[in-house]
Write a protein that binds this ligand. Structure first.
Ligand code: DUC
Ligand code: ZN
Ligand code: ZN
Length: 487
């Protein structure tokens, strides 16, 4: 046999979003070149006894974001992408910040510079906090630069959009062929509940969950979907915490709308009770939306099985427990309102989903691959190139030992954060090797890639982000809501 290919991954069990089968996978020039039997390569990796899956695609993680909703995060592109490859992830989408009253271009330039340190391939969502005419006029250039998705927040003082502003973003996205990702919680309801809780002296971390119960998330999700339907813009609902919220997405899908849903490990592996740990411990588990109860986990799994929730991303938005810009920046007795919320998870995402999902029989292996890699890639315009084991795709591959048990510790994850909310948790299934574009970047828990070897992924037009062409009254209002148009 002559060496037709650069590399052959031999004798493993290939898992895709639709199939599980025994095959060799050949890699040439950084791409998957063939899938078959008895393939020959200049180099061989023995994958006997291992799963061969697409490298994970984490379409929601805040790596080295200029500034997040509640401060400066702990994770930069080196620490975040190192932890990513250790956990089997090879592609990430992070965020370009935006601040009210400011143009985007300088933050974009700074963010693109920060990304150059990445080990994994990466792209960005553009946050829009203030859709003024000036900012909307910047969007065609931003989209042309390959940033084909916008993120909006319906809560948080500094960055939230009211309904009118949200409509303007949806209209801009429709014109540009961009996907809109939405943080759905009702701003006024959270503010009202927070004031009441503080007035009642209920300030501990656990009251974070009380300040944003499920109905607050559900109302905003319904509203986001209704407004997206009005404008005819594809959207994804970020970080869905429970089945009641996912039901809104299910109803939208049933009506044929382009609405997708994401959940994250913190919603099936943590609960509100974690925020009730003694002292400041509970702060480590605070994120938004808040983790719910054990009983809610079953509902989320059902929504994943049914394809209502298409994506599991990490929403790694990490703050250290203690120190500058940390969770305790306002002191160890700060009220829940003054503790930044967000949890790390870029490295733990795939092992948690595999262990809690596949090993415990809640989802099958193709569903796992779909949630962790294939669906997020497709949803954000990377389909065919990322998140797939198929000829022509980038050879981003994880070799996974489905039987290996591992106790998660903070040191193991090698991220830039002083804790993990999953400390001490035993999982079954662990990545033993990660390849990015055919190059080994992690082997046996050691990152072996060079800082800065990741590539920026410019995302072009794609079908899922195209409007449906279903307009209320047949009138394309978005076409008239252009920067500078008479309003
Ligand atoms: N929402 C996010 O999507 N990420 C970090 C914090 C938040 O509230
Ligand atoms: Zn959010
Ligand atoms: Zn986030």
């Amino acid at each position: 046999m002559s060496a037709e290919f650069d590399l052959v991954i031999r004798g493993g069990t290939v898992a895709t979003a639709t199939d599980v089968f025994r095959a060799d996978v050949a890699v040439h020039n950084g791409q998957i070149a063939a899938i078959g039997e008895n393939l020959a390569g200049a180099r061989t990796i023995d994958a006997g006894g291992l799963l061969v899956m697409p490298g994970g695609v984490d379409t929601h993680c805040h790596l080295d974001q200029v500034e997040m909703s509640m401060g400066y995060g702990a994770q930069d592109f080196v620490t975040g992408s190192r932890s990513a490859v250790l956990g089997g992830t090879t592609t990430a989408i992070s965020f370009v910040s935006h601040f009210k009253g400011e143009p985007i271009r300088d933050i974009l330039a700074e963010t693109l510079k920060r990304g150059q340190r990445s080990i994994i391939d990466y792209s960005f969502h553009q946050i829009l906090a203030d859709p003024t005419d000036e900012v909307l006029a910047e969007l065609p250039a931003i989209v042309a630069a390959g940033i084909r998705s916008f993120k909006v927040f319906l809560t948080y003082d500094a960055i939230r959009l009211d309904d009118g502003q949200f409509l303007r973003v949806l209209a801009a996205a429709r014109r540009e062929g961009a996907m809109v990702a939405v943080h759905c919680e009702n701003y006024d309801a959270i503010g009202w509940l927070t004031e009441a809780l503080l007035a009642a002296g209920l300030t501990a971390p656990k009251y974070h969950a009380w300040s944003r119960p499920k109905v607050v998330e559900r109302e905003a999700t319904y509203r986001a979907i209704a407004l997206a339907e009005l404008v005819d813009t594809p959207i994804q609902i970020f970080h869905v915490s429970c089945a009641e919220v996912a039901e809104e997405i299910a109803r939208a899908k049933r009506r044929g709308l382009k609405v997708w849903g994401e959940t994250c490990p913190q919603y099936f592996a943590l609960t509100a009770a974690d925020m009730d740990r003694p002292g400041f411990e509970g702060a480590k588990f605070m994120c938004s939306p808040a983790p719910r109860d054990e009983a809610d986990h079953d509902g989320l799994w059902a929504m994943m099985r049914q394809g209502v929730l298409d994506v599991v991303s990490s929403d790694d938005s990490a703050f250290n427990t203690t120190g500058h810009h940390a969770k305790d920046q306002n002191g160890p007795n700060a009220s829940f309102r003054d503790i930044p919320n967000g949890v790390p998870g870029v490295g733990a995402r795939m092992p948690l989903l595999f262990s809690e999902g596949v090993v415990k029989g809640r989802i099958d292996l193709p569903t796992f691959v779909g949630l962790a890699a294939t669906n997020p890639a497709r949803l954000y315009g990377l389909g065919g190139c990322k998140g797939a084991i198929q000829p022509g795709a980038d050879a981003d591959i994880v070799l996974w030992d489905a039987t290996k048990t591992q106790t998660i510790t903070n040191a193991l994850l090698q991220h830039g954060v002083d804790y993990t909310p999953y400390e001490g948790r035993e999982v079954t299934g662990w990545p033993v090797m990660t390849l990015r574009r055919g190059e080994i970047v992690m082997q046996d828990g050691e990152m072996v890639a060079a800082e800065g070897s990741g590539r920026f992924l410019a995302r072009g037009p794609y079908e899922l982000a195209r409007p449906l062409g279903r307009l209320a009254n047949g009138f394309d209002a978005a076409a008239y809501d252009r920067p500078g148009a008479t309003r």
